[in-house]
Write a protein that binds this ligand. Structure first.
Ligand SMILES: C[S@@+](CC[C@H](N)C(=O)[O-])C[C@H]1O[C@@H](n2cnc3c(N)ncnc32)[C@H](O)[C@@H]1O
Length: 275
């Protein structure tokens, strides 16, 4: 596990320069997400917002404007992206260690496409420690239509990995488990002291259709050190991706021709209230 984490961290440092081109949300989506989050969490001027795994700051730069905001990320190079401005508070920190914020001080914790890379139990402990009298914990992720080219390729890639005995790391079920464990611990009365935790209804922040070439999606997996969120040898990765490419040629024909992927960005989470 340790090795997996180290290689993921190295991966993000290595990807930092190209991250927005390869996996960025684009400014109009990022600003719509920031707007939806701020509406949902209803933050006042004096409330603190903590962003976990904030990356290149596509969303963070919209959150930091005129409010108390701190971003943490384990990758120094992601936090050095030119998206950030000098005044934005950024701390290189591992989300799996103690977060660099004081007890009972935070009104909103936001994690976009990053919580699944951290340890569930540790996140739950830190949330209980830092929650102000009321705190939102909001998770953001991209939802892709199952018939869009990106999701079709991802599904085939995961199948091909399983056929070779590799169990893909499923970020979505990880996040669902995290929310479930937070709300269950509250129901079971395990929550420390007087914290009440309730699920918030999922909100679609924005929807769009992304267009791209299947070959670029496959090549971007080729350029990563792991596959499906796990460490694999380059031979295994190449073998899986040869299989995916052959399947994609059958499915799409010309892999250089652009295809559609309908997508949306969804916010889910829980609210903590100290009673
Ligand atoms: C997929 S990127 C998402 C970046 C950004 N939140 C977004 O949605 O564009 C995941 C980010 O989480 C960071 N990350 C991964 N594991 C982490 C950990 N254990 N602690 C802190 N940050 C971590 C990575 O360095 C990377 O910047």
């Amino acid at each position: 596990m340790g090795n997996n984490r180290d290689s993921r961290q190295a991966d993000f440092d290595g990807q930092a320069e190209r991250f927005d081109t390869r996996a960025g949300l684009g400014d109009s989506v990022a600003s719509a997400v920031a707007h939806a989050l701020l509406t949902l969490a209803d933050l006042g001027d004096r409330n603190w917002l903590l962003e976990l795994g904030a990356g290149t700051g596509e969303i963070g730069r919209h959150l930091s404007e005129s409010r108390r905001y701190v971003a943490i990320d384990s990758s120094p190079r992601m936090l050095q992206s030119p998206n950030w401005s000098k005044r934005d508070r950024r701390v290189v920190a591992n989300g799996d260690a103690r977060w660099p914020v004081a007890d009972r001080r935070i009104a909103c914790v936001f994690a976009s496409r990053s919580a699944h890379l951290m340890e569930t139990e540790h996140i739950a402990r830190e949330l209980r420690r830092i929650a102000d009298t009321s705190m939102y914990f909001v998770l953001g992720r991209t939802h892709r239509d199952k018939n869009g080219y990106k999701e079709l390729l991802r599904t085939r890639m995961q199948e091909a990995a399983r056929e070779r005995g590799i169990e893909p790391r499923d970020g979505r079920s990880h996040v669902d488990r995290l929310l479930e464990s937070l709300s269950n611990s509250d129901r079971a009365g395990e929550a420390t002291s007087n914290l009440k935790i309730s699920l918030i209804s999922p909100t679609v922040a924005t929807s769009w259709v992304s267009r791209g070439r299947p070959i670029d999606a496959i090549d971007s997996w080729r350029s990563k050190s792991g596959l499906a969120g796990v460490t694999v040898s380059s031979n295994v990765r190449d073998d899986v991706l040869r299989d995916v490419q052959a399947w994609a040629e059958q499915r799409f024909g010309d892999l250089d021709a652009e295809q559609d992927s309908p997508e949306s960005y969804v916010l889910t989470g829980v609210r903590f209230v100290r009673t």
